[in-house]
Design a protein around this ligand. Structure first.
Ligand SMILES: C[S@@+](CC[C@H](N)C(=O)[O-])C[C@H]1O[C@@H](n2cnc3c(N)ncnc32)[C@H](O)[C@@H]1O
Length: 241
């Protein structure tokens, strides 16, 4: 098996490195997210919410919720309650501040939790979502199996993740932007020299399209689908338990 792509390439586990990287950049994460994605991520999140909405979920689990942007967006599906889990305390702390400022603390709860060992009973949630999180899991299949376990039968999983554009000239422009411009801006603003280089490296190595659908099927999901968004820079996956 190939070596996992990790932020700092130390002897620590991928999970430990990912946790400390997100703890380091938490204060600047939202700001960087908006400028580096040129706000296209807002449209991607809305596309994902449109899928969620068709299932009329009451209680949504948002895995790898970070600062809670997707947890907040998930409310637009009509959900009454969203539970977010993440391994980075600093990302969660920043998210909780945002929820308090928006008056959403009664609807959204952000908890410390590991996607590979969720603290919930079987068949609990009406939907599960992960936005830009699966690429960071140490054990992708374990994370997907855990989400399958805590979903009610028939409930959807919706996953947003970066992918790679395939055609000229977007492929070439994307490569320059993701491999040089984005890490340079990220380094300058976040103060973490590796975070945004890790972003490029981890996206390059991550399974996409049919390959990712196969991971969903292996975890037990059915009706697995992918939509490539914005020339394939992002992929939107959906499936059902
Ligand atoms: C790129 S951020 C995405 C945050 C948020 N979903 C968003 O859309 O802005 C990835 C998040 O995955 C979290 N993460 C990575 N591995 C995790 C795991 N095993 N369990 C829970 N969260 C994890 C990180 O701490 C980080 O907050």
């Amino acid at each position: 098996m190939s070596e996992p792509v990790t932020p700092y390439k130390t002897s620590a586990s991928k999970k430990e490195e990912v946790r400390s990287m997100f703890d380091n950049i938490a204060g600047k994460y939202d700001f960087l997210n908006r400028i580096l994605s040129l706000r296209i991520d807002v449209a991607w999140r809305n596309r994902a919410v449109r899928i969620l909405k068709t299932y009329k979920p009451v209680h949504v689990l948002d895995v790898a919720c970070g600062t809670g942007d997707f947890s907040i967006a998930a409310l637009k599906s009509g959900a009454k309650q969203v539970t977010g889990v993440d391994i980075s305390e600093n990302m969660l702390a920043s998210g909780r501040k945002k929820l308090a400022a928006k008056g959403l603390t009664d609807k959204i709860q952000l908890l410390t939790g590991d996607s590979e060992q969720l603290q919930f009973e079987n068949d609990r949630f009406d939907a599960a979502t992960v936005a830009f999180g699966v690429r960071n899991f140490e054990h992708l299949d374990k994370g997907l199996q855990e989400m399958y376990r805590v979903l009610k039968p028939g409930a959807p999983i919706v996953v947003l993740e970066f992918s790679k554009p395939k055609s000229f000239p977007v492929k070439q422009l994307y490569h320059v932007y993701f491999s040089t411009i984005l890490p340079a801006i990220g380094r300058l603003i976040s103060g973490d020299p590796r975070a945004y280089t890790y972003l490029f490296e981890s996206v390059s190595a991550f399974p996409e399209g049919e390959q990712f659908l196969q991971h969903l099927r292996n975890a037990g999901f059915k009706s697995c689908k992918v939509n490539r968004l914005t020339f394939g820079i992002c992929s939107l996956y959906s499936a059902e338990k």
